[in-house]
Design a protein around this ligand. Structure first.
Ligand SMILES: [Zn+2]
Length: 168
């Protein structure tokens, strides 16, 4: 799918947001549905997602906040996905709710599927991931062994990271 086709699809689906409230004085009104909105006043996390303070003393992903502010609440277990395939985009026109399966499908569609060694912070091979999932070692021990953070090892184990099918 070409970029033009994707943008045309977004424009057709997008609801006008001219009456939407502004966030932080940085208004979304006037954000074109045809273009990704990747504000440089928001920090990026290691995955390329925008980081924003969530008003509760923590940070949230910018696109999830944008969805909550401009579209509505996010039901439990649902993910806020990008029609445009651009992780750092928080244009509410480009965001929609989906599940993990749709997320994986979208990544394939947009050619942004990142697996294995193409993940910038991932040095794990597919067999490493299998070994971690099969291991009885603690996350701390595995983190040391693989030079990864403990939380990353935990996410590998629980499938939150490297959820692509292992082996095969
Ligand atoms: Zn976008």
């Amino acid at each position: 799918m070409t970029k033009v086709t994707t943008l045309a699809r977004i424009a057709a689906l997008a609801k006008p947001l001219s009456t939407a409230p502004s966030a932080d004085g940085k208004s979304f009104s006037g954000v074109s549905p045809d273009e990704c909105f990747t504000p440089d006043w928001l920090a990026r996390d290691q995955w390329g997602y925008c980081k924003a303070t969530n008003g509760k003393g923590g940070t949230s992903r910018g696109h999830r906040l944008a969805y909550r502010i401009f579209v509505g609440s996010i039901p439990n277990g649902m993910m806020v996905l990008h029609r445009c395939g651009n992780e750092s985009c928080i244009n509410p026109h480009h965001l929609y709710l989906g599940d993990a399966w749709q997320n994986a499908r979208d990544r394939e569609l947009h050619g942004t599927a990142k697996t294995g060694k193409s993940l910038p912070q991932t040095k794990l091979t597919t067999s490493d991931v299998s070994a971690i999932r099969d291991s009885n070692e603690s996350c701390i021990a595995l983190a040391k062994q693989y030079g990864m953070s403990r939380s990353y090892i935990w996410r590998v184990r629980t499938g939150a990271a490297r959820s692509n099918k292992v082996g095969g």
